[in-house]
Write a protein that binds this ligand. Structure first.
Ligand code: NAD
Ligand code: GLY
Length: 364
């Protein structure tokens, strides 16, 4: 049971494989791109469950896997770790024709992809995403990055993988909270550009999240298809790709205000951010308030947070959040750029949103 989705980017085009029992086919799937030594960059949690099947399948394809196991967590996406990773890769003797496998969530994909992009001016790599977030979002589209003391993802490049292998079976070992956090990005695709998918999710998301393989495959593949189409039209985010940031201006401010900690996972912040973006759209008379309520009801139904009051601990203060938004890369001349919506499935880029309206939504 699997599906293939093409990301059409001329000579950088690649296929996303989504399905069951794909880890054991990793070797066969990457054999056309790799030879000899294949470093497999992963993290300790993922290695515990999923490294061996990947290594065995690479060996079976005549390749020589070399695991490089990093510490789990956002803290790994930093210069010191990148330097260490590059050192290890260079010491391993990887040449200009070398090939890396990134096996893990968005953290591993982002740092391993960045390493692949700069090593010997760019080598080929595969994304084998193991979180729901990575399967539907970060493994597709070629964004790679690390964080700096100034903020998240501030140093990075675009470097498309040669193949993406998203095995939905690996999600069985993912903690429930991480699964739900990744689900927020799936709901985002419906909310931003596909009302029919959103309606499907309203009916089927809980069954898919509970483990129903067919529904899970459908929702992951449909999300990947949507991202692949958008990336195919706007790889470098000069326009339409920005729609994928629905809810993210609020979310980044919330993540900054909660110290990028376990208090609020990225997808949880995105869930709250999307509701706020729809509320802002309704405040500005752009979208029906009933669509905001519908989005909120759905996210609540899958047990995601939907408002500032759902953030554990002290409620984030509106002025602090606005301060973070003004520092965000999307703030220009005191005006804020938001992804707003004219309704479910109808997002657009709004470059001049008045701060007063944002404040009203945050203090409501
Ligand atoms: P993550 O990579 O930190 O993974 C979350 C946790 O789950 C980690 O503890 C990890 O070890 C564990 N884990 C991963 N797969 C597992 C599995 N199958 N079973 C058990 N445990 C597993 O987090 P994430 O949410 O996948 O990614 C977040 C990162 O992605 C952020 O750094 C964000 O900036 C980045 N991101 C990048 C893009 C992009 O386009 N490049 C898009 C969105 C997010
Ligand atoms: N996660 C947003 C993007 O890839 O553009």
């Amino acid at each position: 049971m699997s599906e293939q989705i093409r990301v059409g980017l001329d000579e950088r085009s690649y296929t996303i494989h989504v399905g069951s029992r794909l880890l054991e086919r990793t070797g066969a799937l990457v054999a056309q791109f790799a030879h000899g030594l294949v470093p497999v960059v992963t993290d300790r949690h993922v290695a515990q469950f999923h490294l061996e099947p990947v290594a065995a399948s690479l060996r079976a394809a005549g390749l020589n896997p070399e695991p490089i196991v990093l510490e789990p967590g956002e803290g790994t996406k930093r210069f010191a770790e990148l330097e260490r990773l590059l050192d290890t890769l260079l010491d391993s003797g990887l040449d200009r024709e070398g090939f890396i496998v990134a096996l893990g969530g968005g953290v591993i994909g982002d740092i391993a992809g960045f390493a692949a992009a700069v090593l010997k001016r760019g080598i080929s790599w595969a994304q084998v995403p193991t979180t729901l977030l990575a399967q539907v979002d970060s493994s597709v589209g070629g964004k790679t990055a690390i964080n700096t003391r100034q903020g998240k993802n501030l140093v990075g490049v675009f470097h498309q993988p040669r193949i993406v292998i998203a095995d939905i079976d690996v999600l069985r070992t993912l903690p429930r909270r991480e699964l739900l956090s990744g689900y927020a990005e799936i709901a985002k695709y419906g909310a931003l550009g596909d009302a029919e998918f959103f309606a499907w999710l309203e009916v089927c998301a809980n069954a898919a999240l509970a483990g129903g393989a067919e529904k899970r495959l459908y929702m992951v593949a449909r999300s990947c298809r949507m991202k692949a189409e958008i990336v195919g039209r706007d790889e470098r985010e000069s326009g339409e790709r920005a729609l994928l940031n629905l809810g993210h201006t609020f979310a980044h401010a919330l993540e900054a205000a909660t110290g990028y900690s376990d208090r609020l996972l990225h997808g949880e912040a995105v869930a709250i951010g999307m509701v706020l973006a729809f509320r802002l759209s309704a405040e500005l008379g752009l979208a029906p308030a009933s669509d905001c309520e519908r989005l909120k009801r759905h996210l609540s139904a899958v047990s995601l947070p939907v408002g500032l009051a759902d953030v554990p601990g002290e409620r984030p203060d509106a002025e602090t959040l606005i301060g973070h938004m003004m520092q965000d890369k999307k703030a220009k001349d005191g005006k804020l750029t938001f992804i707003l919506a004219r309704g479910l499935g109808r997002a657009f880029i709004a470059p001049d949103v008045p701060i007063g309206a944002v404040r009203a939504v945050l203090t409501a």
